[in-house]
Design a protein around this ligand. Structure first.
Ligand SMILES: Cc1ncc(COP(=O)(O)O)c(C=O)c1O
Length: 410
């Protein structure tokens, strides 16, 4: 089995969640909207899932809309709030480090006349609550700032942001808690947000299921039309087994959090100390206000995807801070927003621990990562020396042709 340190991408489905789901994939297969017994049993499972998710978040079951994941919940929050608020205003405020499920959604809304304000972040990826407040105008309808970042783990001062947003009547506050939900305490009775997103597959639940908390009295427009499911907020026959699996996984994550979070923090600190002791690697994100198990770095001058690929060959699964689009590495918008030049951001690496990560895995992963980084460093030094030697030669026809090829591939 490879060492899996990519829990921020997805987690394995935990056995208890699978066991809770199985009856709803087999004997309780009914449609929860059917009136007969088979349907009623599915309905009971779905209702219980709403109750469990609500209890875990300090909400009430009616405030939970079950969706197909974090992306859909974010879309529903942003588009739902935008269209419901259109008569009052058109200004939406986000941060520059949001997940694309927020960033691309607001860019889409710009096409319909909404105005998007993207707030800058500091070197650690944090938004200043004063800047949130300063950006609010009478035309502002929505603020969306994530609870914790998926690339660098930085936790946003969401309670302070909520306190500022609350001073302005009619401005809704959404937070993307997809990465935070497994590891940070979330109590919606005290956290003053109107909308909050979670995704099951980041907390050892199934993929393709998530939830949007919609505070009682918050008006959002449904984004898909059809049946009356989820109290008219999300039409379509529900993924009952998925909802049940998410509820069980979330319930367990919350119950175990007091043990999991400090243990992951210790493991991550050990790992980070080992990695930054290597040559030319620095931690990214906030040094203390960060997700307990998310270790992120840049190795300036190196290609993070080359390091991640060599680690994959050594049976260690990690990721870079950037998304790969058709083979070409796109530089992370999170790191560039934090002030890292593109050449440095290319050296991004992310190792995200999970509940099942062990001390032995961390020791082995640190040794593998240090070896891979040193190897890449040597290779890049050798390559630079070779380039210098090549450029020093008199330029012949073959060399010119080679230079031409290199220029067109760059
Ligand atoms: C912060 C954040 N928001 C939203 C999402 C999207 O969630 P899903 O994969 O469930 O659509 C992710 C997933 O990577 C995420 O990390």
């Amino acid at each position: 089995m490879p060492i899996y340190l990519d829990h921020a991408a997805t987690t394995p489905l935990r056995r208890e969640a699978l066991e809770a789901m199985l009856p709803y994939l087999t004997e309780h297969f009914g449609n929860p909207s059917s009136l007969h017994g088979v349907g009623r049993r599915a309905r009971a499972g779905l209702d219980e899932a709403h109750e469990t998710v609500a209890k875990a978040l300090g909400a009430s079951p009616r405030e939970i809309v079950i969706t197909s994941g974090g992306t859909e919940a974010n879309n529903l929050a942003i588009k739902g709030a935008a269209w419901a608020g259109k008569a009052r205003g058109h200004r939406i405020i986000i941060s520059s480090v949001e997940h694309h499920a927020i960033g691309h959604t607001v860019r889409y809304l710009e096409k319909f006349g909404f105005e998007v304000v993207e707030l800058a972040v500091d070197r650690y990826g944090r938004v200043d609550p004063d800047e949130v407040e300063a950006a609010i105008t009478p035309r502002t309808i929505l603020v969306s700032i994530m609870l914790a970042n998926n690339e660098v783990g930085t936790i946003q001062p969401i309670a302070e942001i909520a306190e500022r947003v609350r001073r302005y009547k009619g401005v809704l506050l959404h937070t993307d808690a997809v990465q935070a939900a497994p590891y940070l305490p979330i109590d919606l009775a005290s956290l003053d947000v109107d909308l909050l997103t979670i995704a099951a597959h980041k907390l050892e639940g199934p993929k393709g299921v998530g939830a949007l908390f919609v505070r009682h009295g918050t008006n959002i427009l449904a984004q898909q039309q059809g049946g009356s499911q989820e109290r008219y907020r999300r039409a379509g026959t529900e993924h009952v087994a998925g909802a049940v699996g998410m509820a069980r996984a979330l319930e367990l994550a919350v119950a175990e959090r007091a043990e999991t979070a400090p243990r992951l923090r210790r493991l991550r600190e050990t790992f980070t100390a080992a990695i930054v002791a290597g040559e030319g690697v620095v931690e990214t994100g906030h040094p203390t206000d960060r997700l307990p198990g998310l270790a992120s770095f840049v190795a300036p001058g190196l290609d993070g995807s080359a390091v991640a690929m060599s680690l994959d060959l050594a049976d260690l699964a990690c990721s870079t801070g950037s998304a790969c689009v058709s083979g070409s590495t796109e530089v992370s918008h999170v790191l560039t927003s934090m002030g890292y030049p593109a050449e440095e951001a290319r050296g991004a690496l992310r190792f995200s621990l999970g509940r099942t990560t062990t001390e032995a895995e961390i020791a082995e992963a640190a040794a593998l990562a240090l070896a891979a980084l040193a190897h890449q460093r040597e290779a890049s030094v050798a390559l630079a020396a070779q380039r210098r030697a090549t450029l020093g030669r008199p330029v012949g026809a073959a060399a010119a042709a080679e230079a031409g090829v290199e220029a067109s591939a760059g």
